[in-house]
Design a protein around this ligand. Structure first.
Ligand SMILES: [Fe+2]
Length: 287
């Protein structure tokens, strides 16, 4: 069985795949979107090669657990084949919907947090876990809108989803920063309320402030994964590690991709924060 890494990892995109195979830099682990490999046998072969050296996690973008019309079983089975081949340390996806019947909407769309959604998402998470034979990690979304039909907070919804479906959670720290800004809640309070015991992975990614067309003069923050990690995200990451201790952490950067070295530099920054907080904890115990 692969050991869970305590060094931060990086999202591996196709543009860096050949360089990664050729140079084999030190990286704690790699996370891939399986959808990039399903119709690309050469890339899948290179990934299988890398999986002999690096722990790999699989972050799905096409499994729509929030769709009222059900999930695409054919797609899920294709993911199972890749999962069986590379034996990932984690398989994760989003608390969102992105399909309607056979239509793929190419976006992660929001859900109201109520009993009906909980039943739908729980049933689909169960189906994913049964098909893959692995726990599925659900990621908190970056939010831009809320729903009048929501009857509970996101943290409460996730806590109940863990109870219902027996899944685990992926906490995206930058999504909390983005949602807190856009929705006007306190990011630290969100972390205090989050079901920490269920978190087995954390994400850090870049976002982009844009003018909010609905409110002149105001900014909306977009989870673009097209920029360096913002200071606010690093600060919230520190706060969270102080409360919970270290968790496997991954740097996500999908658009306007920087060099592999820059990505690894961001992972190094996360590592320095985790080490410093670990030392603080040891000193505090010794006192
Ligand atoms: Fe994420």
């Amino acid at each position: 069985m692969t050991t869970i890494p305590n060094t931060p990892g990086i999202g591996l995109r196709l543009a860096h795949l050949a360089e990664m195979v050729a140079t084999r830099p030190a990286a704690g682990w790699l996370e891939v979107h399986p959808e990039n490999f399903l119709a690309n046998p050469h890339a899948a072969e290179l990934l299988a090669e890398l999986s002999a050296q690096y722990p790999i996690s699989v972050h799905t973008v096409g499994i729509s657990v929030g769709s009222a019309t059900g999930i695409d079983r054919m797609h899920l089975k294709r993911i199972r084949e890749l999962v069986n081949q590379i034996k990932p340390i984690f398989v994760s996806g989003h608390l969102a919907w992105s399909t309607y019947g056979a239509e793929y909407l190419n976006d992660l769309l929001p859900l109201p947090y109520n009993e009906e959604t909980l039943q739908i998402v729980s049933a689909h998470v169960n189906e994913v876990q049964d098909t893959l034979g692995l726990p599925y990690l659900i990621e908190n979304p970056a939010s831009y809108v809320g729903f009048h039909s929501s009857t509970m907070q996101e943290t409460e919804f996730l806590r109940r989803l863990v109870q219902h479906a027996g899944c685990r959670l992926l906490l995206d720290v930058s999504n909390v920063v983005v949602s807190a800004h856009n929705m006007g809640f306190d990011a630290h309070q969100y972390m205090d309320d989050f079901p920490a015991a269920a978190v087995v992975e954390m994400h850090l990614g870049g976002f982009t402030p844009e003018e909010d067309e609905a409110t002149p003069g105001a900014e909306i923050w977009i989870d673009t994964h097209a920029a360096a990690i913002a200071e606010r995200s690093w600060d919230l990451y520190e706060y969270t590690l102080r409360r919970w201790g270290a968790k496997p952490t991954l740097i996500e950067w999908d658009n306007e991709l920087p060099s592999l070295a820059t990505l690894l530099g961001e992972a190094g920054h996360a590592q320095r924060i985790a080490v410093a907080i670990g030392r603080e904890a040891v000193h505090a115990k010794a006192r």
